[in-house]
Write a protein that binds this ligand. Structure first.
Ligand code: SAM
Length: 218
């Protein structure tokens, strides 16, 4: 299905500048940068706000939620080390922009959103752009046991702790990327599943996300 918006030289130029900006902030994975250089981020905005689409900022998408800042999307994606065919669980579909980045890298994405209006919007927009993810509605803080295990799990909202249930849904060798902290600030945490019972946890930079709300969350 052809999408209603156009992607012209203005947007393509702004996108190239965004990629250069992300490189200057330390993003080095060329696959991640290529994905960001390809996806028309303005398609996720109302036309009135297209001039905001290639700024390195988070932006409201309604219902108190945001499309994540491009730097944050690039940073989390880089940490996942996506390989073609990886089965990835994304918790917090939101606008679906992060979903598209994962799919451009060849991931098979299972994505879950708890806000009905956002879910109903995104399940129309993404397939319209050619991104046919596996969409789910509900509380992702419990993961999606029915489709586990996953090679990678990404949480795109701020959690108060690392939910044990998500660790159990990782394959051995799998990676979880999750921001953990209070409502003001969260540390980006990476957990690698080493074996059936062992995990390696790495704490990285500070970010500010909207809260992860649910059973194993706020
Ligand atoms: N990655 C998204 C993007 O690129 O637009 C940004 C997501 S936004 C920062 C976080 C999303 O997580 C919101 O849409 C919010 O409704 C959702 N969310 C919060 N708690 C959730 C939960 N327990 N399960 C699923 N989604 C949740």
């Amino acid at each position: 299905m052809a999408y209603k918006f156009v992607d012209n030289y203005r947007e393509r130029g702004a996108r190239k500048k965004l990629v250069e900006h992300l490189k200057s902030r330390g993003i080095t994975d060329s696959n991640v940068l290529n994905a960001i250089g390809k996806i028309p981020r303005h398609f996720f905005f109302d036309e009135t706000f297209w001039n905001q689409a290639y700024k390195d900022i988070a932006f409201p998408i309604g219902d108190g939620q945001t499309i994540s800042q491009p730097y944050t999307v690039a940073y989390q994606t880089e940490l996942l080390h996506i390989k073609k065919g990886d089965k990835v669980l994304e918790i917090g579909t939101g606008s679906g922009y992060q979903t598209c980045v994962l799919m451009e890298l060849g991931a098979d994405v299972y994505t879950i959103e708890r806000q009905e209006n956002i879910y109903n919007h995104t399940i129309k927009v993404l397939p319209g752009m050619g991104y046919n993810a596996n969409f789910f509605f509900g509380d992702g803080s419990m993961g999606i046991a029915a489709h586990a295990p996953y090679n990678k799990i990404i949480v795109t909202a701020g959690a108060p702790f690392v939910p044990e249930v998500l660790l159990k849904q990782l394959k051995i060798g799998g990676i979880l990327v999750i921001p953990v902290g209070n409502e003001q600030s969260q540390t980006m945490v990476t957990v690698i599943r080493i074996s059936e019972t062992e995990y390696e946890k790495i704490e990285l930079d500070q970010f500010r996300f909207v809260p992860l709300v649910g059973d194993q969350a706020w």
